[in-house]
Design a protein around this ligand. Sequence first.
Ligand code: ZN
Length: 300
Amino acid sequence: MIALKEILLQATREHWSTGHFNASESDHMRAIVEAAKEVGAPAIIGTSEGEAKHLGYLEAVALRDAFRAELGIPVFLNSDHHKSVEAAKIAIDAGYDSIHIDLSAQSFDENVRGTRDVVEYAKINHRYVANQHSNILQNVGMLSVEGELGYLRGDSKIQKEKIEIKPEDYTDPDQAADFVAKTGINRLAIAVGNIHGISLDEPNLDIDRIKKIREAIPENVALVLHAGSGIPDDQIKAAIAAGIANIHINTDIRVAYTEALRKELSKKPDETTPYRFDAAARDTLKNLIVEKLRLFGSGG
Ligand SMILES: [Zn+2]
């Protein structure tokens, strides 16, 4: 199977982006993989610490393997925003393909130290883990690790208050190069005017800063844009042209899924068979993801 690293390098070179979508139920995972299959894109499923605890780490890995076997497309599982080395290790041990260790709230030195620990642990442990829990063998070095530098405000919901981004929140290109060299990460999440959730006022991405960071780090380290929800399409396209190869969408799909589910439940107040009312929410989710993948140029 093709490694995520290879796909991200190709995306960087060809100026398109992969999409990363969050899941906390197998139904969400099905919507993501079916959307990816429909447009001919790789599927990247993320679980935050909270989402992974709800779904189960081993269960998420088993479902990933089942979807790979059923649909025959590349499906990757990422530990989105894991905020401690311990949490990241749980995901590695479970057999995740991809780790996002987010120590961006800590000092630069602490961030470097913890992120490097995760990179080293991933190298040593992945083959053993893959054999133990997964029926698809992966090679050592297949696992992709993402670090984060700069401060992303907000959380994955529709924001009720205006969120102010401070100058020191932004990722500095020179510091980014230093961080990549010291940690050995495969992907870098950056703060360039994006915030988590859907903000009250339109976000304004610093496209020039994305270009500068892209130029400052090696080509085989991919740039990741979190908080892709609520960013206008033209800014998304400009960010991809400037070098973003992976875009995270969470709030948009949470909102779309929940609204569709609520509508369906109120339409059928007497229905008690879950698959008769949650299938519509899954279809809504799938359609939204298809749309996003096409916007990212990920199709084909
Ligand atoms: Zn994020």
